[in-house]
Design a protein around this ligand. Structure first.
Ligand SMILES: Cc1ncc(COP(=O)(O)O)c(C=O)c1O
Length: 370
């Protein structure tokens, strides 16, 4: 096994806590126990014994999660430490060296790098800016072979914030069915749609070889809980639970308790509406800022998530530009380079409005000199 460096995470791990303003985050700014929860629930947290809990996730947690997905029950769900672990366990459980996988790009690249490290043959299909960051279904059809074991999707997409329409979700499902391939859909940004309509989940295509991975880090703004999940057919859930015994055994006991509460049907929309309100306000602010550069930078407004994937016309490499901004303004951005797409920058606009404003003000004079 030989894992290439995961550029985006390596850079974030190195710098995100050292800069004054971190605009490399792709989720909404998190709250605290005190700002998010009522005193009675905080008391319940304080009185919870810190046992291992349930290694598959408590029944309460899995009930809450299954309430999001029509026709599911708790036995369709396995809890993980972040959607990152859910992704990793899916690859470890289902693929081996020499297998063929088809992967949407641009993308977060965790699954890409991890699968390649295991010797999986990863082929890519592309979201095109000229098509509003949508895929060409014929390109995908042409790539699929009878050796294809898995098609990997990120919907809503990181870094473009684009969302697949329902017809495309079902069309991809049909392509997978034809060759009996798994679909692995990373939906960690689902719920953070700016139009407030939750996008179609791959769960809705009712194809048994579908795994949907999601978590609390982005749309729910709770990355510190490290809570994610897989939803799939019950046999796969048993299998990935067994793989999980080898990785982290269980999720944190308090993450389980808080996840069950946040995702409960009585509470879930409160959290998501908070996210959508903040994203709407911040995107307005960000768009206004982009306009001052008079076409030197442009972007297709995201449909979901707290990321704007911005193309620029200046003659400077994106990694160098990100370093310059970090050194001169103490603001961290994400380079298009880290997605294999130079001349783009990813701005996380989910920060506190006052921080976003201050960070953009610091960057402005640097960009004006380019
Ligand atoms: C598409 C995607 N999947 C998974 C992750 C990992 O998130 P988590 O905190 O749920 O492990 C990220 C993080 O940025 C992401 O963008």
């Amino acid at each position: 096994m030989n894992f290439e460096k995961f550029q985006l995470e390596r850079q974030q791990s190195t710098w995100e806590n050292k800069v004054d303003y971190n605009l490399s985050e792709s989720g909404i700014h998190p709250g605290t126990f005190k700002t998010l929860f009522k005193p009675e629930f905080i008391e319940e947290i304080a009185n919870t014994e810190l046992t291992y809990g349930f290694t598959e996730g408590s029944n309460e947690l899995r009930e809450s999660i299954s309430s999001i997905y029509k026709g599911s029950d708790p036995d369709n769900i396995q809890a993980f430490n972040g959607s990152a672990e859910a992704n990793m366990v899916a690859i470890m459980s289902l693929l081996k060296s020499g297998d063929e996988m088809i992967y949407m790009v641009p993308n977060y690249l965790q699954i890409y790098g991890f699968a390649r490290g295991l010797g999986v043959n990863v082929k890519t299909f592309t979201l095109k800016e000229s098509s509003n960051w949508q895929p060409d279904i014929d390109e995908l059809k042409a790539l699929v072979t009878d050796k294809t074991k898995m098609i990997c999707i990120c919907n809503p997409n990181n870094p473009t914030g684009s969302v697949l329409p329902k017809e495309t979700v079902f069309a991809i499902g049909e392509i997978a069915k034809e060759v009996d391939a798994w679909i692995l859909s990373d939906e960690v940004y689902r719920g953070a749609e700016l139009n407030r309509e939750e996008c179609t989940s791959f769960w809705d295509i009712s194809y048994s070889k579908t795994i949907v991975n999601c978590g609390l880090s982005k749309a729910y703004g709770l990355p510190g809980l490290r809570l994610g999940w897989s939803i799939s057919n019950k046999d796969y859930i048993q299998e990935c639970w067994a793989t999980h015994d080898y990785t982290t055994i269980a999720i944190g006991r308090l993450s389980d308790l808080i996840g069950a509460h946040v995702l409960h049907p009585d509470n879930r929309m409160t959290t998501l509406n908070r996210t959508r309100d903040a994203l709407t306000e911040n995107l307005r602010l960000f768009q206004k800022w982009v306009n001052i550069f008079d076409q030197q930078i442009s972007f297709i407004p995201p449909s979901a998530g707290a990321m704007a994937f911005v193309r620029y016309n200046w003659d400077i490499n994106s990694t160098l530009l990100v370093e310059k901004v970090r050194k001169e303004a103490s603001v961290m951005l994400v380079a298009g380079d880290w997605y294999g797409m130079d001349h783009y920058l990813r701005f996380g606009y989910g920060a506190k409005s006052s921080d976003l404003k201050a960070a953009l003000e610091r960057i402005t004079p640097i960009l004006k000199t380019l």
